[in-house]
Design a protein around this ligand. Structure first.
Ligand SMILES: NC(=O)c1ccc[n+]([C@@H]2O[C@H](COP(=O)([O-])OP(=O)(O)OC[C@H]3O[C@@H](n4cnc5c(N)ncnc54)[C@H](O)[C@@H]3O)[C@@H](O)[C@H]2O)c1
Length: 283
């Protein structure tokens, strides 16, 4: 795997960053030979060197449309005849930055989730003009490197993951604003409740298993409740400054700003242990 970043400082950090993460992965038994994996990572000093001969290119420049357009154009001019390009963008549809490219049929979105080496899902979202063969290449590459790709069949703002997260966040902010529960109790409802199931089954399978007659019976019995909840939230509002300050005060009382980096490291160690557990349960 070859890596390029426009910043020399970023290029200088790559191998140390990767080595540190590989050591952690080895520590929980997720990989055997960290040195062998590290030896396959090569940092290049220019974009052409990274793209030449590649089967697949992952673009991960900052989330700004003009920059995505410019970098996609540079990549397009260097692209071999069969290379496919996926963008990491969290929310910009591929059609917003690939329309004018000569080989736009080989560009799409391949949205990873942070931290991508521990959370396997990748949202593959083609533009209307992406060749189905390019979609298949991206899906196959992602599977081959141990990720779990899903296909977003048509372009939609926020793809699938952030739309699902957005619905949950909308209700979490509203419940906090209206004083129904503290931020920590809302978090606790997910980490000690919904989230436990969600690490191995999704919302459809959850309801399918939650009624003796499966999804149909669940929908018949509880559909009216959810319809009523949906109807009670019909006017979306931006997250207000006062509400953000309220959430921030609670979160910083729990974890001071200087403790966030350590907490991120803790999160990654917990995710590694969970990934190791899930791997041990694979059938
Ligand atoms: N951070 C996340 O949690 C996350 C998760 C999923 C997707 N993404 C997406 O990934 C992309 C990158 O996000 P990030 O958080 O890693 O950003 P970042 O700012 O941390 O890193 C972007 C890197 O791109 C480099 N860069 C800037 N211009 C460049 C150019 N012209 N050529 C080559 N390199 C260039 C920068 O030097 C920087 O190292 C965004 O589209 C973002 O939406 C981020």
């Amino acid at each position: 795997m070859r890596v390029f970043d426009a910043s020399q400082a970023a290029r200088d950090r790559v191998l140390d960053d990767v080595a540190g993460r590989l050591a952690d992965l080895k520590g929980v038994g997720l990989i055997d030979d960290a040195d062998a994996i590290l030896s396959r990572v090569e940092v290049c000093d220019d974009m052409a060197a990274v793209i030449e001969g590649a089967k697949y290119v992952q673009e991960s420049v900052p989330e700004r449309v003009p920059l995505k357009q410019e970098v996609s154009r540079q990549i397009s001019e260097l692209l071999g005849p069969e290379t496919v390009v996926g963008s990491s963008t969290s929310g910009i549809p591929a059609s917003a930055f690939t329309e004018d490219l000569q080989n736009r049929d080989r560009f799409l979105v391949a949205h990873p989730v942070n931290p991508p080496y521990l959370v396997p899902v990748v949202e593959v979202a083609p533009a209307p003009w992406t060749d189905p063969a390019s979609v298949e290449t991206a899906m196959t590459v992602m599977r081959d490197v141990g990720q779990s790709p899903i296909l977003v069949r048509r372009e939609i703002e926020g793809f699938i993951l952030n739309r699902l997260q957005g619905v949950l966040l909308r209700e979490a902010w509203a419940l906090l604003e209206e004083g129904y529960a503290s931020a920590d109790d809302i978090d606790k409802t997910v980490r000690e409740g919904l989230g436990l199931r969600w690490s191995f089954i999704g919302p459809f399978e959850t309801i399918d298993l939650n009624a003796p007659g499966g999804v149909r019976e669940y929908a018949e019995v509880l559909g009216p409740l959810y319809h009523s909840i949906d109807a009670s939230r019909s006017d979306p509002e931006p997250w207000s400054e006062a509400l953000i300050a309220k959430a921030e005060a609670e979160m910083r009382a729990k974890i001071p700003a200087e403790g966030l980096e350590e907490r991120r490291n803790w999160r990654d160690r917990r995710l590694m242990a969970l990934a190791a557990h899930k791997k041990s349960q694979e059938r």
